[in-house]
Ligand binder design. Structure first.
Ligand code: GLN
Length: 303
């Protein structure tokens, strides 16, 4: 009878299988294999290193095997283990929400840099999904009021669970189609990582994207349908000097900046992601002297 495999052997075997099945390089496959082993054994990475000569019981080996089979079939690691780190926080994720991407941290950083000085600012995250952007902002600005909107009830349930788990008491989740449920409420900052992929883009049927909600990814023939709605609706919901910041596809910066300018935004800018690609654009809503001059219509308290 051959000896039961050690943790080290199981890890090596899983790495090889994932590298082959998904055409990953070995270091990437090893990271994934380690995450799946740790999840199946309910241990952390340090444990795996310290116990690499342990021989997991057959039931645990079967648990590992079933996770490796799922991943080799293409299912994203984040959905299999049910979480993903974003901005130093661990978010629960599932197939109802987009998996938070490291590139989106750029949007959070850009937002933090542009928040107004006053502590009680109002932030809106449109299409919040797992709540990653909204909760990262809420945690960094505990005195801000953060509203997170999503049209999907399943996504909102996940965002709410994440807010509770991560202690973002200043986050309010709201169901709605972009601005539809917000009335006349105004914000100092609006952020969004909306769907922005053209609906016929072949990437939608490859890799992790195949498993993610199409509603969170695809946006009409040119990928700009939702961004157009968000830009057009923003002026009615921005306080004077408020910022709108949007994530977009790497070839969409020109179109997004043009849209922002057409709608009267100033100080338009585009920022590059970790790969050096144009990924976030934004603009600032100018002072509206007419509105300020008329009592009762100024940028007073939201509500
Ligand atoms: N950045 C994601 C991707 O291309 C898409 C996210 C989105 O559409 N908001 O994989």
């Amino acid at each position: 009878m051959s000896a039961a495999p050690t943790v080290a052997t199981l890890l090596r075997d899983a790495t090889g299988r994932l590298a082959d099945a998904l055409a990953l390089d070995r270091s990437e496959a090893r990271i994934e294999a380690r995450a799946l082993l740790a999840h199946a054994l309910k241990v952390d990475h340090a444990w795996l290193i310290a116990h690499d000569r342990d021989t997991p019981a057959p039931a645990l080996r079967h648990a590992i095997e079933s996770l490796i089979v799922r991943r080799a079939g293409g299912e994203p690691v984040a959905y299999i283990i049910g979480e993903r780190e974003f901005f130093g926080l661990n978010f629960v994720v599932g197939p109802a929400v987009l998996i938070p991407r490291p590139d989106t941290e750029l949007l959070v950083e850009a937002a933090l840099q542009r928040l107004p000085e006053h502590p009680s600012c109002r932030i809106l995250d449109l299409g919040t999904g797992s709540g990653a952007i909204a909760i990262a902002l809420a945690r960094r600005c505990p005195s801000a009021e953060v509203v997170a909107v999503d049209v999907s009830a399943d996504a909102l349930a996940i965002a709410q669970a994440n807010a509770r788990r991560l202690g973002a008491a200043n986050l309010h989740c709201m169901a709605g189609d972009w601005y539809a449920g917000l009335g006349i409420k105004k914000f100092d900052l609006i952020v969004s990582n909306p769907p922005y992929i053209a609906s016929a883009d072949p990437h939608l049927s490859a890799g992790d994207l195949r498993f993610e909600p199409l509603q969170a990814l695809a946006s009409g023939d040119d990928g700009l349908r939702d961004i157009r709605r968000i830009v057009a609706g923003a002026p009615a919901h921005l306080a004077d000097q408020g910022w709108l910041l949007l994530e977009h596809g790497f070839e969409q910066a020109g179109a997004v900046v043009e849209l922002l300018q057409q709608h009267g935004f100033e100080q338009t800018c585009t920022l590059r992601d970790l790969a050096g690609l144009n990924r976030v654009s934004g603009g600032r809503w100018p002072n509206q002297p007419n509105r300020q001059a008329r009592p009762g219509l100024g940028a007073g308290p939201a509500g």
